[in-house]
Design a protein around this ligand. Sequence first.
Ligand code: DX5
Ligand code: ZN
Length: 222
Amino acid sequence: MIKIAPSILSADFGILAEEIARAEAAGADQIHIDVMDGRFVPNITLGFPILDAIRKRTRLPLDLHLMIVEPEKYLAEFAARGADMLTVHVEACPHLQRTLTSIRELAARRGGPVKAGAGLNPATPPDTLEWVKDDLDIVLVMSVNPGFGGQKFIPAVYPKIRQIRTMLGTRGVDVSIDGGVKVEHARPLAEHGASILVAGSAVFEAEDPAKAIRELRAAAEA
Ligand code: DX5
Ligand code: ZN
């Protein structure tokens, strides 16, 4: 089963609570939250106070995508404030195995360990994950260069997903695709081995975000 993760980066922050409620009612599986620091990526988005506000408004798992340098400094605080999944970028983590392990040692507020994710930029090869395969719950494959919503999907991600799936073998690791995902990509992404589709502009810039979520799922599962 495919999971749909609307990215609130493209939501209207003036009515964020409503946007999230709508996504939840439409069957979103988790909420994707893009944290950017203006250093790892050329953009600054949001931080702890917004995470607190979101945590109060939804029971859905919160999927934090940390596009920041030195993410290890903030992991415990993100978990304490309600993150259920923490994805760091391999390009930002010289001690990736330690960072992933320390995420799994954190307790999620609703119980159980926080899930550990490793993000790969489009130019980063999957074999950077070869020796941390057992320390991961999620591989987040970027299908745009991180930093902004609304960019164009890079199709080179398809064979990359297949390679990652082969590398992971039978491990129950999620493969999440993030960036430029539209309804026409959903089926081929699922066929190549994606299990989570992140979608920002495809959902929140649609006239009917609920319909957009339902259509993404239907296409992926067709
Ligand atoms: C990009 C972010 C994505 C982005 C997705 O750096 O990580 O999560 O918000 O938005 P769309 O689907 O519009 O590319
Ligand atoms: Zn993201």
